[in-house]
Design a protein around this ligand. Structure first.
Ligand code: SAM
Length: 234
């Protein structure tokens, strides 16, 4: 970045933000996301790329949704029957997608409930629960668990491992976990973002069947299927 007033202001802003949200072993995620959601509400810059306009983000999400639905189709997801868990549901974009695809059993969880009042109005028959997935297990068993644009915001490795344990614990036998990632350890690093390779996911999910990653926005999307175990059949 060239050295000028704009770059100095940007540098100072970044420093201030990382100080404001600093916490041992990561960042103050609830505080950060609450402020961000209250600032942007349903403007897609809040969950998408804040360097783009709302309209550009909407366009980006439209293309990304096609990728998501194609991947679900590839894995024969039956939306009408699936129990879906949306971890880091944000503005409820995937609650809308799920409903439009015929889904009726949906639980959205998020570290902040800043948007829940509106989401509950829009989807009175869906459940929205406030939960930090890096700390607390999730109630219930699900056929489809999604974490879209969320794992990169879990910056601490122990919390990342705990999160995937929580995901595994709530997956039905042969359930599907759809997740996105840059899949390149050097792609991004800031106080609230981290990039991981596929190995990081494989380490935490050694028994999972991984799909071939496909491009999703500026990242990749892939699925991990939980195999049925003798314990499930007993
Ligand atoms: C980039 S947004 C993505 C939102 C949505 N999945 C989408 O694709 O539009 C990340 C979301 O994850 C939530 N989040 C971040 N850390 C979380 C955590 N530890 N537990 C639960 N939700 C979390 C944030 O509040 C935010 O809504």
């Amino acid at each position: 970045m060239p050295f000028n007033i704009k770059s100095c202001v940007e540098y100072a802003r970044k420093g201030l933000r990382s100080t404001l949200y600093w916490a041992p072993g990561g960042y103050r995620a609830e505080r950060f996301w609450k402020r961000r959601h209250l600032r942007y509400k349903f403007d897609m810059r809040g969950v998408g790329n804040c360097g783009l306009t709302h309209a550009e983000n909407v366009d980006d999400y439209r293309r990304a949704t096609e990728v998501f639905l194609e991947h679900c189709q590839l894995h024969n997801v039956d939306f009408k029957r699936a129990r879906m868990l949306d971890i880091g549901c944000g503005t409820g974009h995937y609650a809308d997608v799920f409903r439009q695809a015929g889904g009726i059993r949906y639980v959205g969880i998020d570290i902040t409930d800043a948007l829940f009042a509106d989401l509950r109005q829009r989807h009175p028959d869906f459940a929205f629960r406030k939960l930090d997935v890096t700390q607390d297990p999730v109630d219930g068993i699900y056929d489809l668990v999604i974490m879209i644009d969320v794992t990169q915001h879990i910056t601490d490795e122990k919390r990342f491992a705990k999160t995937l344990q929580h995901v595994k614990a709530c997956m039905a036998p042969q359930g599907l976990f759809i997740v996105t990632s840059w899949l390149d350890e050097s792609a991004r690093r800031s106080f609230y973002e981290v990039s991981r390779s596929m190995d990081a996911y494989r380490r935490e999910f050694p028994e999972g069947q991984f799909s071939q990653p496909v491009r999703y926005r500026d990242k990749y999307l892939f699925a991990i299927q939980r195999p049925e175990t003798p314990h499930d059949r007993a």
